[in-house]
Design a protein around this ligand. Sequence first.
Ligand code: FE2
Ligand code: FE2
Length: 247
Amino acid sequence: MNIDEQRRAFLRDSAVLGIAVASGTVTLMAQASKEPSSSQKSGKEQEPEVTATEDLMREHGVIRRALLVYAEIAPRLRTNPADVDSAALKQTAQLFRTFAEDYHERMLEEQHIFPLVRKQGAKLARYADILIAQHNRGREITDYILAVTSGAKIGAFHADPLAKVFEGLVRMYENHAAREDTIVFPAWKKNFNNKQLDELSDQFEDIEHKMFGKDGFEDAEKKISKIEGALGFADLAQFTPPAPPKP
Ligand SMILES: [Fe+2]
Ligand SMILES: [Fe+2]
């Protein structure tokens, strides 16, 4: 190879390396060579990773199921409050407190998501302010629900105010979680590359284990399933509406 050919080969190899570095291929290749293949992994390691935003969104799924309990119970409170299972409502509020308010909102959104999103422009900063105000209003509402469901029955005096409170909370939180899923979480995600998101997902999992001493999501999902069962909401098919009238 003469000098010119050597120079051209060097430039060609450098360009390939440059593209690989820019796209993160080199890092990924280096990591791949260190990581055991899927056939070498065992047990929990074989489960697919839950990404940080998927984690937040599946938590919204549990929260929505608690809200659906409130939404279904509100009309029953108005027609026959004596028949409403006060204990199941109390358990729903307790789950909302520990899983939604103390963990999802306080430990993840208020510590990790909102402080970063707040710096991404005036529109997102306003979202952060409103979402925090809504978390706080939700906490006041949960205090109220826990107070009026502490007895064996819900007194007639509390039935209508409680139904109104349920409707208000459901309306707020459905809007709240939908904006977080479609605007706030995607904006937050833009601050990181895939490797950093992986690390954050591990960090979120550590927080979950510290708070609950186990898998908080699986435990919360089991709890809401049990509540749905006690209230007669376990069968999903009951929520399929009748066919619409012919236009
Ligand atoms: Fe939130
Ligand atoms: Fe949320």
